[in-house]
Design a protein. Structure first.
Length: 726
């Protein structure tokens, strides 16, 4: 007898999630089963019957309500909805980040509903059952993070599209023919998204600025600024306002200030600096102690509240330091001239004057407005020469004046004593748990056309630390002075590191034989310092320095003082750079207001200003990093035939990131480009593993590479894999 054929089992249908999705997206509208079936494009009897059943189940569960016979409406439960921010992955999927959830909520592509990276959104959350991945759907876009984007325009016969180089921007922008402006095919443009109709695949936009041709230097630099909404120049009315300010030193104003013009004063800055924010004065007192003045440009004297100049400075909040230019917070007439503490000129300053003992103990301090006269300007290299040699003749090769010159014994002695005191301050900070981040900075030698002809690294030496320690001391003491009065103030805060990030750092550094001691807060700080010291000069230094910094919380501005973990200070503020940072200007104003007997300022107002300043600082940092990446790609374009030794700085399923040791340029070797075997990604070992040879290409391994492609627009390098270092 043959086998009896079984009837095929009908697949159980379940439309509950899809019904919830439809009703949630149309939360003010009720639907019957026919309308839901039409939305789902279902017209068979079985599916319609299942929709009727599911509607009754959901109504019984009180997830939906029957608003009128046969018509249903979503029941909005606050626990199912949440507000937060979209974080795109670069693969057209996203995560929803909200304080309501410990873990980020996954948002599939088809649930984004036109939300873009960084948008503030309302999300409906599904799958709260244990063991299931929590997923969500964007229900409402509350606020766009940005509506202006930079990209390359592709003009067709009747319309155009703009595609961006940003991997997190998952869609092109549609431009109708009447919204093209002066754009020509292939131009780099700035576009503004005007609308995104519900059924349209792409948002609709218009060209608001043509930036130039791709790959041209000025085009790419302006594109970096435009991408982050940073201005390239000042509005004409702001420039004109600044030009009209009386910048002369007035006798009646001097009388209102502490006159420090006869005290030995000098500046130490980078050799290419144009604005000098800070100066040091030095005097030995009769009791054997030292009077050290930290004098900061009195920007708030010129930058009056309520003016268009102040509004512009607040909006910018910071100067932006790109590789080939500075985009200043203040017009040049102030930043480089009136406020800059230039040698042999009288200047208005806001000062902290300390009385310091031989053992670097601060026994007295004074805060207030002053007038100074800078006797000399030094570059760090010149001050470093004095510290190292104790010589008062600056040789030609060190001098920034173009000739050898003599320095007075008085200034040499002042620099040497300040260096001694700074070293004691630094030792005390480190003993208290401060972390020493002296990350190597990549710098470029540029020719007259702003083309990179060489790469060099900037490291901090004693002269840098001298200035740093006295600036830190001033910032700390100003914050302490106001903080102990319990008055509203702007602090620079830095939270303790996230333990998960430290564990992730531990997993990486263990590959190189390093470790972190997690026993206590003090042990963590000590082991981080040991790590940063141990990697000095090693091939993995830049990688580990970068990862260690990323494991830290980000410093920010706030009226809520939680202290500064990285510096090991209970009180810390930014007082010392008002030419380039708006928070310092606000600190000067608040300090003077309180010195004059003012009551505590409105905390909410200043917290809003802190948030804006932190956001603008973040944008400026991203722009600065992009300009370095752009210049690295540009530099490597001219070295395509050269073989470089690099260190594997990252491993992913699609390839390895390689950082060239001699110039710190980083690029990718795609997994398919490695021809000696078939490689797969092993996440646990941070390695690619060869299927046949079992060869490992592991984080920290040294390999030889050549440039395959240098994409200026995407600021991206692709490498050919040559061979491993033997």
């Amino acid at each position: 007898m043959g086998k009896r054929l079984r009837k095929p089992v009908k697949k159980q249908l379940d439309f509950t999630e899809k019904i919830i999705k439809i009703l949630t997206q149309n939360s003010n509208k009720s639907f019957n089963y026919k309308q839901i079936a039409a939305k789902l494009e279902l017209d068979d009897t079985q599916s319609r019957n299942q929709i009727i059943k599911d509607l009754k189940i959901l109504a019984a569960q009180k997830q939906i309500t029957e608003s009128e016979p046969g018509k249903y409406l979503i029941v909005e439960s606050s626990k199912d909805y949440s507000e937060g921010v979209i974080d795109m992955t670069g693969r057209k999927t996203a995560y929803f980040v909200s304080p309501d959830f410990e873990d980020d909520v996954f948002i599939p592509t088809n649930n984004l509903n036109h939300a873009l990276d960084g948008d503030k959104v309302k999300v409906y959350v599904y799958n709260r059952r244990k063991g299931k991945r929590v997923e969500g759907e964007v229900i409402e876009i509350i606020e766009r993070k940005k509506t202006d984007f930079v990209g390359v325009i592709d003009i067709q016969k009747n319309f155009a599209f703009v595609s961006t180089a940003n991997p997190k921007m998952y869609t092109d922008i549609f431009i109708s023919k009447d919204k093209l402006g002066d754009a020509e095919n292939g131009d780099v443009v700035l576009v503004h998204i005007e609308d995104w109709p519900s059924r349209a695949d792409s948002p609709f936009g218009k060209v608001i600025k043509v930036l130039g041709k791709p790959g041209e230097h000025n085009t790419e630099i302006h594109a970096i600024l435009a991408e982050y909404g940073l201005p390239a120049e000042f509005p004409l009315e702001v420039e004109l306002y600044a030009q009209k300010i009386d910048t002369s030193i007035q006798e009646n104003e001097i009388k209102k200030r502490r006159d420090m013009r006869d005290t030995l004063t000098f500046t130490i800055d980078p050799k290419d600096a144009k604005d000098f924010d800070d100066a040091l004065s030095f005097k030995k007192l009769e009791n054997g102690n030292y009077e050290v003045g930290i004098h900061i440009a009195d920007v708030s004297y010129y930058l009056q509240e309520g003016t268009i100049l102040d509004d512009e400075a607040y909006q910018r909040a910071t100067s932006v330091y790109l590789v080939d230019r500075v985009v200043p917070m203040l017009p040049e007439v102030l930043s480089n001239f009136a406020c800059s503490l230039r040698p042999n000129e009288e200047k208005y300053t806001f000062s902290v004057i300390f009385e310091i003992t031989e053992k670097a103990e601060v026994v007295n301090n004074w805060f207030g407005r002053t007038v100074i006269y800078s006797d000399q300007r030094f570059a760090y290299e010149e001050a470093q020469y004095i510290i190292e040699t104790k010589d008062n003749t600056i040789p030609l090769e060190t001098s920034i004046t173009g000739a050898a010159y003599k320095v007075s014994d008085e200034i040499v002695n002042a620099i040497l004593k300040l260096d001694e005191l700074a070293k004691i301050f630094r030792r005390k900070r480190m003993a208290a748990g401060a972390i020493s981040f002296d990350k190597v900075e990549v710098k470029f030698n540029l020719n007259t056309n702003h083309e990179p002809i060489g790469v060099f690294f900037k490291t901090s030496k004693d002269a840098n630390h001298l200035i740093e320690e006295f600036m830190l001391l001033a910032n700390k003491k100003v914050a302490e002075f106001i903080g102990k009065q319990k008055k509203t103030f702007i602090y620079r805060i830095h939270d303790e590191p996230n333990e998960d990030k430290l564990i992730a750092l531990q997993n990486v550094i263990s590959k190189f034989g390093y470790s972190i001691n997690f026993k206590s807060k003090g042990d963590i700080s000590m082991s981080l310092n040991k790590l940063l010291n141990d990697v000095q000069g090693q091939k993995e230094q830049n990688l580990i320095d970068t990862l260690a910094i990323r494991s830290m919380s980000k410093a920010k501005y706030s009226t809520d003082n939680i202290g500064h973990y990285g510096l090991a200070f209970d009180y810390y503020s930014h007082f010392t750079s008002p030419i380039r940072r708006y928070p310092d200007v606000m600190v000067h104003r608040l300090l003077q207001f309180y010195l004059d007997g003012g009551k505590s300022a409105d905390e909410e107002t200043y917290e809003t200003k802190c948030l804006h300043s932190s956001n603008m600082e973040s944008l400026a940092t991203h722009a600065e990093r992009d300009s370095i990446k752009y210049m690295q790609v540009r530099y490597m374009q001219d070295h395509k035939d050269q073989e470089f030794l690099g260190v594997i700085s990252g491993v992913t399923e699609w390839g390895i990131f390689v950082e060239i040791i001699e110039n710190k340029c980083e690029g990718m070797v795609r997994i398919r480009e490695i021809k000696d075997d078939y490689y797969t990604f092993d996440e646990k070992q941070y390695a690619l593993v060869g299927a046949t040879t079992h060869n490992l290409l592991q984080l920290g391994d040294e390999i030889y590479v050549k440039v395959k492609n240098a994409d200026l627009v995407k600021k991206q390098l692709d490498f050919h894999f040559i061979r491993e270092k033997e």
